[in-house]
Design a protein around this ligand. Structure first.
Ligand code: ADP
Ligand code: MG
Length: 703
């Protein structure tokens, strides 16, 4: 047992570990010494090639250069004098490390930290003095693959430095990738270290290889798997790998509502109303009443099944927080209980939340929430929204906010989304997002998954679940700050932020990460429309009217990380024949009330014959149709022509942008959406929204 878990491991000891792991380090010798210096004078190591580096080590000596404990460019003969001066400068020095000086090159930082939610994380970036000034780094969750390592390096702004700029030869990229994998890959150092923090800064990369010239390791406590309660994780113990069958949650035989009042209508009564409208068999739970608002009532959850004449699969509990556990304790035989009430962990009452989870465990029921709205599933007549059920469809949503989920349902359905399963989980004290994602992966009704998260409880488990998900997913994460976490002794700690971590999770799990509710809906609409289309080819073609709009479209796609490749060679003549100048991509095509509705499809077909772009984004300026013409017919004709083109191009994904749609008379946009949706074309009101959706869809193309 280590006395102090943060005890510093000396640089030369870390370098031994590195050497054993196959990470190149400079050749060197260690010269231990006390306050009087090395016994018998400073030994001059003959076997090391000059120039040499002299470094001191000792307790608390973490940032050596700042303490004057690094001298570069020494000859062997200089060592005794340099060591004497260093001893005078550096109090508490325990010894020296003399090593060969690596040739100059690109200095990088490579680090490992254990994130409280996501576990071991590898960081790579521009190192040395640049590390903190430029914060040019990439993160990945361990273990990283060789491909991950390559993509990390490729994503750095400093990537051109590695490839060789201004006549400099490129660095040995293979060696660098090898180093990243040796540290953060399968079987890598991360598995053998007790993190803590671990940092190589710098690693010097040259055309001839890489060398870790500095190494720092601060062991942490023993590894605690995320979600074991020590990180505020799942209070009820691990549910990882759970095989709970969530079907009765979404398609219950009957629903019970506890908390509706006979005297003063409250939330519970509102839900009774929603459920009645949805038509699911329903029973109220009330200590005295025979019925509540016309719904038959039972005395307790235990008696609810008898009252409704069929098993109750889902109970909604909307009583004050301190009484929830008591109600849940009687839920034996009800597989799912949702606690709507707030006032638990989120309000500083962790003890009430723990009591609630214990009650659910005792009753053998699974708990949803607390502090959530419930479940929406048109197929199962499950709901928590007023206004009736929308059509069943392929889109699932897991949300830690009930309010947000309600908005996504309402706005999404207005825009044509159709849901398979929506589940809100609030504090996720028992049922976690990871578990739900695992179940959705096997749900035949679900073809795309959206997630809104604030604190996933067990981030590592969620990451694994997303990796195992074989259908497109999009993540919206609230409360991501751009700030680094509290930096300890290493730069690495300060360079890891929630935002960067979620980017890594999305990248490695193949999910899209968006930053607004609007984009969450937009990306889900894209997945719904195009998810099952076996898109071929690659690249994105943008066509529509107006030079300015075309220029801005290029910027919007660029900002979304989508490159618009130039038009294929030799297409100009054919375009000219159609009356269109080959202005580039975005391609400016006159579209309006006086134009031919089939022009855009003709142009698109001519281009696709030469190059199969995977995505075609067509845009129109809606008011133009009403300024020069007065009927929406010309607009509809354009959309119908595009719909016909999509039908004829099953391996291309067509997307429509109706710019300035608010200028259209009421109902016009709905009709446009209807026609487009029938052909499987998603519609966006701005180029930015379309770009976000196409970018997300790019991860799921077959190309
Ligand atoms: P610090 O504790 O201050 O980070 P380092 O061991 O990283 O100390 O040394 C400071 C700097 O000296 C490094 O950033 C690197 O530029 C240079 N340096 C240190 N060791 C070597 C070496 N063996 N070969 C070449 N340069 C070195
Ligand atoms: Mg250093």
């Amino acid at each position: 047992m280590r006395a102090d878990p943060r005890e510093h491991v000396h640089e030369h000891e870390v370098k031994e570990l590195l050497r054993a792991a196959g990470v190149p380090v400079p050749r060197g010798v260690v010269v231990p010494c006390g306050a009087e210096g090395p016994r018998g004078g400073f030994p001059v190591p003959g076997e090391l090639a000059e120039p040499l580096v002299l470094k001191a080590y000792g307790p608390g000596l973490v940032h050596k250069s700042e303490a004057g404990a690094v001298v570069l460019g020494l000859r062997a003969a200089d060592l005794p004098a340099a060591a004497g001066e260093m001893r005078a400068r550096v109090p508490g020095l325990a010894g020296f490390l003399v090593e060969e000086q690596a040739a100059a090159g690109v200095e990088l930082i490579v680090g490992l930290v254990r994130d409280p939610a996501f576990g071991p994380v590898l960081l790579a970036g521009l190192g040395g003095v640049w590390a903190e000034a430029l914060r040019d780094t990439a993160l990945r969750l361990c273990p990283v693959s060789e491909r991950d390592a390559r993509r990390m390096l490729g994503s750095l702004r400093a990537a051109p430095l590695l490839g060789g700029v201004r006549g400099r030869p490129p660095v040995d990229l293979e060696a660098l990738v090898g180093l990243l994998v040796a540290v953060g890959g399968p079987g890598g150092l991360w598995e053998r270290l007790e993190l803590g923090e671990f940092e190589l800064n710098p690693v010097i990369a040259t055309p001839d290889g890489v060398t870790a010239v500095d190494a720092r390791y601060l062991p942490g406590g023993p590894a605690t798997p995320p979600g074991d309660g020590s990180t505020g994780g799942n209070t009820g113990g691990s549910t990882g790998g759970s095989t709970a069958d969530f079907l009765p949650l979404f398609e219950p035989r009957a629903v019970a509502v506890a908390g509706a009042s006979t005297a003063r209508p409250n939330f519970g009564n509102m839900f009774l109303g929603f459920y009645r409208a949805a038509g699911v068999p329903l029973v109220a739970v009330h200590p005295q009443a025979e019925e509540v608002a016309g719904v038959p009532a039972a005395r307790s959850l235990a008696e609810a099944g008898g009252r409704v004449g069929t098993g109750v699969d889902y109970a909604l509990v909307a009583v004050p927080a301190e009484r929830c556990a008591e109600v849940v304790r009687q839920a034996a035989g009800v597989p799912f209980v949702q606690v709507m009430s707030g006032g638990f962990g989120e309000a500083g009452h962790a003890e009430l939340e723990a009591e609630l989870v214990a009650a659910a465990r005792a009753a053998g029921t699974r708990l949803l929430g607390p502090n959530c709205m419930g479940v929406y599933c048109p197929r199962g007549r499950q709901t928590f929204v007023g206004g009736g059920l929308g059509p069943p469809g392929p889109v699932a949503l897991v949300s830690q906010s009930g309010g947000l989920a309600g908005e996504v349902i309402k706005v999404g359905e207005r825009r044509g989304l159709a849901f398979s399963r929506v589940v809100t989980i609030g504090n996720a004290a028992d049922v976690t997002p990871a578990e739900l994602v695992r179940w959705l992966a096997g749900d035949p009704e679900t073809r795309a998954v959206g997630l809104y998260l604030e604190d996933p409880r067990d981030g590592r488990e969620l990451y694994e679940a997303l990796r195992a998900l074989d259908r497109p997913a999009v993540l919206l994460v609230g409360g991501r700050t751009g700030q680094g976490r509290a930096a300890a002794a290493s730069h690495t700690g300060g360079l890891v932020s929630d935002r960067r971590l979620w980017e890594a999770v999305a990248e490695q799990a193949g999910a899209a990460l968006v930053s607004s509710q609007d984009d969450l809906i937009g990306v889900l609409a894209f997945f719904q429309a195009h998810g099952s289309r076996p898109a071929a080819g690659d690249g994105v073609l943008v066509v529509g009217p107006s030079g300015g709009a075309s220029v801005l479209a290029a910027d919007a796609f660029d900002a979304a990380g989508v490159r618009l490749d130039p038009l294929p060679e030799g297409v100009a003549g054919e375009l000219r024949g159609l009356g269109v100048a080959a202005s580039g991509n975005p391609l400016e095509v006159p579209v309006g009330p006086l134009g031919r509705p089939g022009l855009v499809p003709d142009v698109v077909r001519a281009i696709l014959r030469r190059r199969p772009y995977r995505d075609v984004v067509a845009h129109v300026n809606v008011p133009a149709f009403f300024t020069y013409g007065d009927a929406p017919q010309a607009l509809y004709a354009c959309v119908r022509a595009l719909a016909a083109a999509q039908d004829a191009l099953p391996r291309t994904r067509v997307t429509l942008v109706t710019r300035n749609g608010e200028c259209a008379p009421a109902g016009v946009e709905d009709e446009v959406r209807r026609v487009a949706a029938a052909a499987g074309i998603p519609v966006y009101r701005s180029m930015e929204a379309a770009a976000a959706a196409v970018a997300a869809g790019g991860r799921h193309g077959a190309a």
